[in-house]
Design a protein around this ligand. Sequence first.
Ligand SMILES: *Cc1c(COP(=O)(O)O)cnc(C)c1O
Length: 428
Amino acid sequence: MIIFDSTLLPESVPESFLQTSSGLTCDGVPIAGIADAVGTPVYVYAAGAIRQAYQRLDTAFAGYPHRIHFALKSNSTLALLRLLRELGSCADANSVGELQVAERAGFTPEQLVFTGVGKTREELAYAVGRGVAAINAESPGELDRIAEVARALGKAAKVALRVNPDIDAKSHPKISTGMKVNKFGVPIEDAPQLYRERLGTPELQMVGVHIHIGSQITSVEPMVRAATALSDLAIALKADGVPLEHVDLGGGLGVSYDGQPVLSEADYAEAVLPALRRCGLPVVLEPGRSLVAAAGVLVATVVDIKTFPGGRRFAVLDAGMTELIRPAMYGAFHRIVPVAAVEPGTADETWDVVGPICESSDVFGRDRALPPLRVGDRLAILDAGAYGAVMASNYNRRLLCPEVLVDAGGWAIIRRRQTLDDILALEV
Ligand SMILES: *Cc1c(COP(=O)(O)O)cnc(C)c1O
């Protein structure tokens, strides 16, 4: 039986991850048991949470023709991709590597869109050769390169032009992409002419319009402005005779990292659908974070405790910015909770939770309320399923950590821990 007692936890946890009398569980499976077997650091994912997030979004858009293209860049571990594919998801790839990983996970080329600011000629040739559903083109020069590559292959490429609407996503500056200061897309006012010019190019099938204004968007207003700009442009292009087949609203739906309510899938759909209905075209969505962030935790062990004069206490973990870079890179907040059950009535202390890397930014959280900690205790960093494992590095010759998927009351390693030999195999 799962007993959820919020007094056991300094901060509330997402539904799949609950503090119980046997400690933190993932869909009912004790995380301590997984950590005992696999070691730490380790990413643990809840299949149930991914299914729920997918279904929430799919249901929210059920009244309108739509396709969900999961953004691989948020997490592209094969087992998770297969899970999403079985749910009906398509995929959004940001590199030739992601295209190929998606294909290995079973996605067909018609289920793939290919995005990315700096696609090489080789990457374009691969995508055109495979016949992906759309290449989201970033510039007039890239449109020309796609046409050249397609001509050489004797093919026609399906293309959507990424437009930059100059909308402030009101998110973190490092993950806002839809303003003129950003490097993404073409200015929206240039789009009609670019489409008109390409209508006579037989190698280019201008099938879509693409927009993606940023990530971790938690307010409805930028989403509505983006959908409106997209729809208005599509209506104008159709009037110009462009044979559009879809509009692509990108990803960007935010998640709650602090437990406070954020924009729900239903609110998002309700807000953008009136604008989309005006153009009447099927919509492509490219969610990454909102499908997987809350489904993953990073589990780590305390390897040292330090106390500084003035009373600052540090818990040093065996995981750091090499496993999860979001706090160091974006100043991102992640809740941190103990893995073991906490004795009722235990008074919290104030802790700085840090990684082992020789960088001052290698900090997971400052001034966190946690029970007394000792070396060997385990902590879980919540909402680490998106932009976690995919951004890990071998800095300090640290090995990529394993990933575990919990499903149907059991669990499996879906990526083993890297070995030093794995890394050194590349070197002379
Ligand atoms: C990053 C990205 C996404 C996914 O963004 P999320 O915020 O993770 O939903 C979708 N589309 C494009 C073009 C992207 O660059």
